[in-house]
Every structure is written in C-alpha cells, then in structure tokens.
Design a protein around this ligand. Sequence first.
Ligand SMILES: Cc1cc2nc3c(=O)[nH]c(=O)nc-3n(C[C@H](O)[C@H](O)[C@H](O)COP(=O)(O)OP(=O)(O)OC[C@H]3O[C@@H](n4cnc5c(N)ncnc54)[C@H](O)[C@@H]3O)c2cc1C
Length: 271
Amino acid sequence: MTDAASAPVKVNPNAPSAETVIDVEHYTDRLFSFSITRPPAFRFRSGEFVMIGLPAAEGQKKPVMRAYSIASPSWDDKLDFFSIKVADGPLTSRLQKIKPGDQVLLGKKSVGTLVLDALTPGKRLYMFSTGTGIAPFASLMRDPETYERYDKVILTHTCRQRAELSYGLRLTESLRDDPLVGEMIGDKLAHITSLTREEYPLKGRITTLIESGRLFEELGVPALDPATDRVMICGSMDMIKDTKALVETFGLVEGSNSNPGDFVVEKSFVG
Ligand SMILES: Cc1cc2nc3c(=O)[nH]c(=O)nc-3n(C[C@H](O)[C@H](O)[C@H](O)COP(=O)(O)OP(=O)(O)OC[C@H]3O[C@@H](n4cnc5c(N)ncnc54)[C@H](O)[C@@H]3O)c2cc1C
C-alpha cells in the first residue's frame, strides 16, 4: 500500500511557470504593456516569442496560453510584453485586468525568426512593424548586439491612431538615457512613425511609403539594396504578405534560423 503523503510528486518539466506581474501600463482601450518576473533558468534570444497565459478560469479545464513576443532584451532580469485587448478574446479579455502581484503563466521555451542570427551581415537594419508587431523590435532595439552589427537601425511603426504610437515613442525616447545602449545609439537609431486613419506628418501603410520612396527620402538613404540592407517584418498576415512581396522586388531573399538571408518575417497575430 502506498502512503499518499509520501508518494513521489510528478513534476512536468514542460509545464509553464507561474510568474508575478511587476507593473502594468494602459495606452488605449486596445493596448497595454506589462512586465513579469523572469525565472533565472529562462533563456531567450532578443526578438523571440514565448507562450504566456492565465490559469484556467472557473468552469474551464485548461489554462489559456497564447504566443507573445518578448518585448524586453535578453539581458534584462524581467520580461516585458506589449498586448492587444480583445473584448471577447479567451486570453486578453482577462489578461487586460491584471495588476501588480497577480500571476501570469510563462512557457518554458522561446522560439522565433526575428533574431539577428537569421540575417546575413549588412549595413542597415530595417524593422517594419504595425500595431503590436513592434514588440520583438522593442527587444532588439534595447540589445547592444543590434548596434554592434549594424551602422544604422531603422524602426518603422504604423498604426491607425496617434495614441497607438505612444508605447514605441516612449521607448525610443527612454533609450537615449539607457545605461547599456544609450551611448552606442548616437545617431544610429531612426524611429519612423506613420498613421493610416488620422492626419499625421507621415500618412499611409509602410508598403505605400516604400513604393513611393517617401521612407528613403525621410531617412536620406538610397532605396532597399540587398548589398547593404537587411529587413525584419512583423505585423498582421496581410501586412507581412504585402511587405514581403515588395521587399522581394528589391532583390532581398528570405532567411531563417537554419539558413540566414536578407530578410525575415513573423506574424504578430493570427487572423
Ligand atoms: C508569433 C506570435 C506572436 C504574437 N505576439 C503578440 C504580442 O506580442 N502581443 C499581442 O498582443 N499579441 C501577440 N500575438 C497574438 C496573441 O497570440 C493572441 O492572439 C492575442 O493575445 C489575443 O488573444 P485572445 O485569446 O484574447 O484572442 P484570440 O482568440 O487569440 O484572438 C481573437 C482575434 O483578435 C485579433 N487579434 C489577436 N491578436 C491581435 C493583435 N496582437 N493585434 C491585433 N489583433 C489581434 C485577431 O483578429 C484574432 O482572430 C502573437 C501571435 C503570434 C502567432
């Protein structure tokens, strides 16, 4: 007969860990960011994503887990995320209510193609993002290795409304005083913002700004060239499809972790 109290406890090595929410910030009724504790054994490369979630709600059997880009760099001792709020979304209808001290589940393994190692060496790194697709680049633009590898790092962020740009704008502004990358950045980082639904100095989708040449005029650089330029793309399925097709017309070739190339893509959500 086995004594229940002394029976060995089965631990699933792949089970997510419960992490503590450190802070939460709301930007609009659709967007918020939060940070959680990072377990010492959790390793990732800047730009990767991981599964995060919440324990099963009442009446549910399983936790709700979703893919999320890690928005903080790999050296940081906490993990940042930038999130959408979907009113009836299985995860974010609840996640948007988290407060410091609450628990969030964190998967064990991170993966992704928006990593520096998936690109061959180049002079300029373009990071094209829409909406929450800025998250992996929020990680990469805080990583010193990004500035060691490239002479110029260009982040573009396109949203519908002005308030949706705040997260990214605040982040780039704070980088100037960042103890680790502040001095390295100098004039290496350019942050280009554009809006599609409100009046703004730069109006239009990123594909429009590339096709018209307006993006390159703003930056004072020649158009995309596989000899010098590397590109990362993160946004909706449509944004990725259109931007990828456009980038290919300039002769850039898609890369991956196993076969680095001139550009890489990753969807920022499915649907
Ligand atoms: C590789 C990868 C990385 C991701 N990284 C992030 C991230 O960093 N931040 C984030 O908020 N989400 C991210 N997502 C989306 C995320 O996994 C969830 O879909 C999102 O959190 C909503 O979850 P939900 O359960 O509330 O609703 P879901 O049932 O997952 O989604 C409901 C609907 O909401 C819309 N939607 C979902 N996510 C978004 C979004 N990010 N922006 C606009 N519309 C959306 C879609 O139309 C979707 O069909 C990522 C997805 C993938 C595949």
